[in-house]
Design a protein around this ligand. Structure first.
Ligand code: TXA
Ligand code: MG
Length: 340
C-alpha cells in the first residue's frame, strides 16, 4: 500500500464548491482515492474504469479480493455501459428509486474490469442521492467504484471524522460534507437471476420494492447453510471494536448488565425507544422508535461508544418486523450474538 497524505476538504452538502469538486475529480481521474459522502454512508472512491485505481481501494481498506465493489453513476443511462443488458425491471426500479439508496446487481458487461466484480459474472450499480457524490462523478466523467470508506469489516462511516479515524494516511482526500442522512448502507437487490432477490436490507424497505417487482426472494445472513451470494453478507460485518450483545427485552438488558457490572465490566446500553424505567445502568442511549431515525443515528452512536471505551455494548433489539429489517440486520452483524 502506498503511504499517502490525507487532506480533508470541507464542502457544502447541497451546493459544493465546483473548484473543490474539480480538484477531487482530477485526483480520481489520475488514479487516486477520494472519500466522499453519499446519502447512506461515506464511500471510498476510485476510477471504476482503471483496474489499478480500484486495486488501491482494496489495499487501503484491507478488503479481501473476493468482495466486489459497487459502481456509482450520476445518470441512469450510464448503467448501460456497465451491464450486459438493462432489463425493464431495472428501468422501473431506477425510475422509482434513483437517485437513491438502491443498489442493483446485474450481469456485467465484458468491458468491466475483473477487480470490480471480484471475477464474478455480475456488477452492482447505484446512483446516489447526494449533491457532492453526483457532482464528483459528473466532474470526473467516469463511473466511480466505491465501497464504504472504512477498514474492512469495521463500522461504516457516517461522518468525515469516522473516515479519518481509520483511513488517514491511506487515501488522498476526504470530502467533508457533514453527517450523512440515511445512516446505513443502501438496499442491495440481485436482478441477475430468474427472480429478484434481496441481498442486503437497507433504507428502502422490501415492501416498496415488491410493489414494483413482485415477490422478492430473501436470503439474509441468519440462513447460515446457504451459499453467500454476496461476500459482504458474512455474519460479522459492520462491527464496532467493542463487543456487542443483542438482547430481546429491557429485562434481559438489565439482567446482563447486573451480571457484567458485578464482574467489574464497564457497559453501555442502546435502549429501544426509552430506557428501562427503574434500572440504574450507568450509561445508556435511548434510540429512536422510528426505523429511519434509528438508522440515521446507529453508526454514529456505535462510533461514540467505541470512543467511550466500554467493555460491552448491550443492545435492546427493535421488534422483529419488516420495517425494522435493515436495522436489526446491522445490529445482528455488529454482534454475531449466538442464536440470533
Ligand atoms: O450505501 C452504500 O451502498 C455504500 C455507499 C458508499 O454507496 N456502499 C457500500 O459498499 O456499502 P460496500 O462495498 O461496503 O458494500 C457493498 C455490498 C457488499 O456486501 C458487496 O459484497 C455487495 O455489495 N456487492 C458488490 N458487488 C456485488 C455483486 N456483483 N454481486 C453481489 N454483491 C455485490
Ligand atoms: Mg462496507
Amino acid at each position: 500500500m502506498i503511504k499517502r497524505t490525507t487532506e480533508i476538504w470541507k464542502v457544502d452538502p447541497n451546493q459544493p464548491d465546483p473548484a473543490i469538486i474539480a480538484k477531487a475529480a482530477a485526483i480520481i481521474r489520475s488514479g487516486g482515492l477520494v472519500a466522499f459522502p453519499t446519502e447512506t454512508v461515506y464511500g471510498l472512491g476510485a476510477n471504476a474504469l482503471e483496474a489499478e485505481a480500484v486495486a488501491a481501494i482494496y489495499a487501503a481498506k484491507g478488503r479481501p479480493a473476493n468482495n466486489p465493489v459497487i459502481v456509482h453513476i450520476a445518470k441512469t443511462t450510464d448503467a448501460a455501459a456497465l451491464v450486459k443488458e438493462w432489463p425493464t425491471t431495472a428501468q422501473f426500479l431506477a425510475d422509482r428509486f434513483w437517485p437513491g439508496p438502491l443498489t442493483m446487481v446485474l450481469p456485467r458487461s465484458e468491458r468491466v474490469s475483473d477487480i470490480i466484480t471480484a471475477g464474478g459474472p455480475t456488477i452492482a450499480v447505484r446512483y446516489p442521492d447526494h449533491a457532492v457524490a453526483q457532482a464528483l462523478i459528473r466532474a470526473a466523467g467516469v463511473p466511480i467504484a466505491a465501497p464504504s470508506a472504512n477498514r474492512s469489516s469495521e463500522l461504516s462511516p457516517t461522518r468525515a471524522e469516522h473516515v479519518a479515524k481509520t483511513l488517514n494516511g491511506r487515501i488522498d482526500v476526504i470530502l467533508d460534507a457533514g453527517p450523512t442522512q440515511a445512516g446505513i448502507e443502501s438496499t442491495v437487490i440481485d436482478l441477475s437471476g430468474p427472480l429478484p432477490r434481496l441481498l442486503r436490507p437497507g433504507p428502502i424497505p422490501p415492501s416498496e420494492i415488491e410493489a414494483i417487482v413482485g415477490h422478492l426472494l430473501r436470503l439474509l445472513p441468519q440462513d447460515e447453510s446457504a451459499v453467500l451470494p454476496s461476500p459482504g453478507m458474512l455474519a460479522r460485518h459492520y462491527a464496532p471494536r467493542t463487543p456487542v450483545r443483542c438482547c430481546k427485552s429491557k429485562t434481559e438488558v438489565v439482567e446482563r448488565d447486573i451480571e457484567l457490572t458485578r464482574n467489574g465490566r464497564k457497559t453501555v446500553v442502546l435502549w429501544f425507544g426509552c430506557k428501562h424505567a427503574d434500572s440504574d445502568v450507568a450509561l445508556g442511549v435511548a434510540m429512536p422508535d422510528n426505523p429511519d431515525r434509528y438508522a440515521e443515528d446507529l453508526y454514529w452512536v456505535l462510533h461514540e461508544m467505541d470512543r467511550y471505551g466500554a467493555d460491552q455494548i448491550l443492545v435492546e433489539l427493535p421488534p422483529d418486523t419488516d420495517e425494522w429489517l435493515a436495522v436489526r440486520d446491522r445490529l445482528k452483524r455488529a454482534s454475531s450474538t449466538p442464536g440470533l
